[in-house]
Design a protein around this ligand. Structure first.
Ligand code: PAF
Length: 288
């Protein structure tokens, strides 16, 4: 099948209905476009579960704060369509803002607890807007499964929470972080980095992997985090929004020695780019 692009919910639903009538299993990969290999790895993972893969491309205004990069966010639909066609994705859903938020739209969504910290604290309202659009996309397409990258680990946890809470009949699957050869987590926002900043940006994954390794071995985490913050700031990241270790399931802040599956999370700004990354910490003595 070649790639088809639709721009309306009605056309999306017509295609999904046809596939459903044929008994096909359907996967959705929501994106904001500016596609890279990380997105494509999600479509490949989707393919292992489903017969048909839909990728949505929509830069969602409601998840950006007033001083954030909504206007500057790269919009590259023709290039994205080429990438999706090469990846043998069947359907691209690329709605307009008016299609998603028609005049009179008045519904908001808020998820407690999981959104108070990390990017929720640094970007007030971000997760409300994200939850609003992901809920709409899931209900519009009603796929069997939907896939999200673990680079946005907090986002993945928030999505699993509201999908359970709202009984949305879609299985949510996380895909592993896709990294450049030097360790930098792939992100559409890496395009904002100058060549020098791009080199500096590898510090984030280097710091995370050293902390994850030492915390897994049983070192107390406070000195590791303090050291990590200093290292990140010393190469020019400003501000360092957070560098924290949290429980991998409920995102509770952890202290001392790590005795359960956890993750180390970072967010920091380098020039025009606010970069985030995270890594798993699996204590050496944990039976998984
Ligand atoms: O992760 C993203 O790209 C976005 O937050 C998402 C899930 C597509 C919702 O706009």
């Amino acid at each position: 099948m070649t790639l088809t692009t639709v721009h309306t919910v009605a056309d999306l639903r017509a295609q999904v209905s046809e596939w459903r009538a044929a008994g096909l299993k359907i996967a959705l990969v929501p994106t904001m476009g500016a596609l890279h290999d990380g997105h494509i790895s999600l479509t490949q993972l989707a393919r292992t579960y489903a017969d048909r893969v839909i990728v949505s491309v929509f830069v969602n205004p409601t998840q950006f704060g007033p001083t954030e990069d909504f206007a500057a966010y790269p919009r590259t639909l023709p290039a994205d369509q080429k990438i999706l066609a090469d990846a043998r994705v069947e359907l691209c859903f690329a709605p307009s803002v008016e299609e998603m938020y028609p005049a009179g739209f008045a519904t908001r969504l808020h998820i407690d607890n999981l959104t108070d910290m990390l990017c929720g604290a640094a970007r007030p309202g971000h997760f409300d807007g994200m939850a609003q659009i992901v809920t709409k996309l899931l209900l519009q397409a009603l796929p069997d499964i939907a896939l999200f990258g673990e680079k946005d680990y907090q986002q993945l946890m928030v999505i699993k929470r509201f999908v359970t809470d709202l009984n949305i009949p879609v299985e949510i699957i996380g895909g592993p972080i896709h990294r450049e050869a030097d360790g930098l987590a792939m992100s559409s926002r890496n395009r904002y980095l100058s060549p020098d900043e791009r080199k500096t940006a590898t510090t984030l994954s280097q710091v995370l992997s050293s902390i994850a390794e030492r915390a897994s071995r049983g070192d107390a985490i406070e000195p590791l985090l303090e050291n990590g913050r200093q290292q990140i700031a010393s190469v020019g990241f400003d501000p360092v929004d957070y560098l924290e270790i949290r429980d991998a399931e409920n995102l509770e802040l952890l202290h001392g020695k790590i005795d359960r599956p956890a993750r180390v999370f970072v967010a920091a700004r380098l020039g025009k780019a606010r970069l985030i990354d995270n890594m798993a910490i699996i204590p050496a003595n944990t039976a998984l």
